[in-house]
Ligand binder design. Structure first.
Ligand SMILES: Cc1ncc(COP(=O)(O)O)c(C=O)c1O
Length: 446
């Protein structure tokens, strides 16, 4: 089938995509037999690799029994078992899991959990959710409203809710032009300032990614950041929602990204790696103290739900994925291979355009700059990140690149987030293809 003559509403109808044939481990193959190293694991989805037999067998077994009883009519063993497994992975005190079909749905549920929590506590004025610029939490209107990704927000501005945003924690380009540790972690204290400005009585929650993933290029905050955020949220009675859609289930070398800072959120949202691409699956994980507010309240049930929430086929896939991670110690492997990948990518530091390399575990980012000393970003018109993605793809390497890194408009980065099963030899291959692609981009438009 030739694209353009089919009936698919393509995201980019000017582009011709190769027809996928199959996936095996860290590789994807198109119908022409060309092999691609999936260095980004899709958009940080494929945690356990493509084509894992155990997961496919579990899905088949469940499908033979039943694929869909409505969540309002039946509970399934797969859903119960997966909720147990998710809680085992999660930080202490996280106790209830609401299943959804992906990250945007998870964000929407989390916003409503925050609202209902405050209603249950008799605090109806708390409606605002504070997000961060350059962060991303999903494409639906509520999720996009708390997101701070300028180009994704632009066209839909009239629909967006009036939620405040603070700048990200982003040491390479500190929004306050300060340097760690003398900065006093002003980026975290900014939250308190905005809560005061908005009025404590109106703020329901703060949402952040532990490492800002695809929209900023795997940026971790300094060690003090999340403990300060936690303390501020507690002091002002607002919920802390950790968006672990990318960082969840081992991507950063710990079960959850927030575990690096030993902070326990009130709500965690997941997507992508929850089903590792075998099925659309996400989760909203709620702390016991939040759930208790629901339990004690005389309010009727939590009415929010999606038709496919908790369907047994997706839950069986998720259970098999998390079981596979556990059995093969893939969280530890993500940490270990992440170290090797970081060392390998660090060798690219001397290439033209490479300004910064950062991240944790198997979530690493490279930021590209025109002038390394001044950290000047390229003009957007040069389309560095798009050209890199295309060149790499031609070279058989799949990357997730992004723009707007520096200030929401200019700046380019790419994210390297391969499946946890990647080997050292495959990392060498990845680094060689990446170097080749960066050199080609520089020769063409750098
Ligand atoms: C951190 C983060 N949160 C939420 C989402 C939205 O997830 P989905 O695309 O599955 O709706 C994404 C997607 O890229 C994401 O990266």
């Amino acid at each position: 089938m030739i694209q353009g003559r089919d009936h698919v509403f393509h995201r980019d109808w000017r582009k011709t995509l190769p027809m996928i044939d199959r996936g095996e481990g860290v590789y994807l193959y198109d119908r022409q037999g060309k092999r691609y190293l999936d260095a980004s694991g899709g958009p940080a989805v494929i945690n356990i690799g493509h084509g894992v037999k155990e997961v496919i067998d579990s899905m088949l077994e469940q499908a033979r029994k039943v694929c869909f009883p409505y969540v309002g009519h039946f509970i399934s063993e797969a859903q119960i078992e997966l909720s147990r497994k998710v809680v085992e992975f999660a930080p202490p005190g996280m106790s209830r899991v609401y299943f959804v079909s992906g990250g945007s749905e998870a964000t929407e549920i989390a916003l409503k959990v925050a609202r209902q929590y405050h209603l249950s506590k008799g605090d109806p004025s708390r409606v605002k959710i504070i997000g961060r610029w350059q962060g991303y939490h999903g494409a639906t209107i509520g999720a996009l409203s708390v997101s701070g990704h300028t180009s994704r927000r632009n066209d839909y501005q009239p629909y967006l809710l009036n939620f405040p945003h603070i700048p990200p924690s982003y040491c390479y380009r500190c929004p306050w032009d300060k340097a760690y540790p003398a900065c006093g972690i002003v980026c975290a204290h900014e939250l308190e300032k905005v809560i005061k400005q908005e009025g404590q009585a109106h703020v329901a929650a703060f949402i952040a990614e532990p490492l800002v993933g695809n929209s900023l290029g795997a940026v971790p905050p300094p060690p003090e950041y999340f403990p300060i955020i936690r303390e501020i949220c507690d002091r002002y009675g607002i919920l802390f929602i950790a968006d672990e859609v990318i960082t969840g289930f081992g991507r950063t070398g710990k079960n959850f990204g927030i575990d690096h800072w030993k902070v326990v959120p009130d709500v965690i949202i997941t997507g992508k790696g929850t089903g590792s691409g075998y099925t659309p699956l996400g989760a909203v994980i709620v702390h016991q103290r939040v759930f208790e507010a629901f339990e004690k309240s005389e309010r009727p049930a939590f009415f929010m739900g999606y038709t496919y929430s908790g369907n047994p086929l997706s839950c069986a896939a998720g259970l098999a994925v998390l079981g596979y991670i556990e059995k093969n110690r893939l969280v530890e492997r993500s940490a270990q291979m992440g170290k090797y990948l970081f060392e390998r990518l660090a060798r690219l530091k001397d290439l033209p355009m490479v300004g910064d390399i950062r991240g944790k575990g198997l979530l690493l980012g490279i930021e590209f700059v025109k002038d390394k000393a001044k950290k000047t970003p390229f003009e957007r018109s040069r389309k560095i990140s798009e050209t890199l993605t295309d060149k790499a793809f031609q070279n058989g390497l799949i990357l997730m690149s992004g723009a707007g890194t520096a200030d929401g408009v200019s700046g380019d980065h790419t994210v390297v987030s391969p499946p946890f099963i990647i080997t050292e030899r495959q990392i060498d291959e990845l680094a060689e293809l990446l170097e080749k692609s960066i050199r080609e981009v520089y020769a063409q438009v750098g």
